[in-house]
Design a protein around this ligand. Structure first.
Ligand SMILES: [Zn+2]
Ligand SMILES: [Zn+2]
Ligand SMILES: [Zn+2]
Length: 135
């Protein structure tokens, strides 16, 4: 099994070396159903230490190779990202995750923060409900 060439290339593009442990994490990711938990990832990459998996996931998020989301039950999950800032539509029935981005919505969020003299660092947005095939 090999990690998808795409994620390896994206990591390299942003100037990160694809070390053996990083490659093992990418390989494990490609074998899991998305979105996955960090626990599923650590079990799928038994040769890689837990701390290394956590550090690698942080790096992959910064490189926008992976994105993080919070499900309605509060659990945190990850998926291979299409890259760039986006929001998630999460189906509570089948667990399907779709992505969308909307510059107008982001501007509105920024304006709400500015109006309250809040210095916005980042935001994430998850919509919960039923996908088209479940409703
Ligand atoms: Zn995403
Ligand atoms: Zn669904
Ligand atoms: Zn946004």
């Amino acid at each position: 099994m090999t990690a998808s060439q795409d994620t390896i290339e994206r990591l390299a593009q942003v100037g990160h070396r694809v070390t053996a442990p990083r490659r093992a994490v990418l390989d494990a990711m490609s074998r899991l159903n998305s979105p996955f938990t960090i626990e599923e990832l650590t079990s799928a990459a038994p040769a890689v230490g837990r701390a290394t998996v956590f550090r690698t996931m942080k790096l992959l998020q910064e490189a926008e190779v992976v994105c993080r989301m919070v499900l309605e039950d509060g659990s945190v999950r990850y998926e291979v990202s299409t890259g760039g800032h986006h929001h998630h539509l999460i189906c509570n029935e089948c667990g399907r995750v779709d992505e969308f981005s909307d510059a107008d919505l982001d501007a509105l969020i920024q304006r709400n923060a500015s109006d309250r003299r809040f210095r916005l660092a980042s935001h994430s947005l998850e919509l919960y409900g039923r996908c088209a095939s479940c409703s």
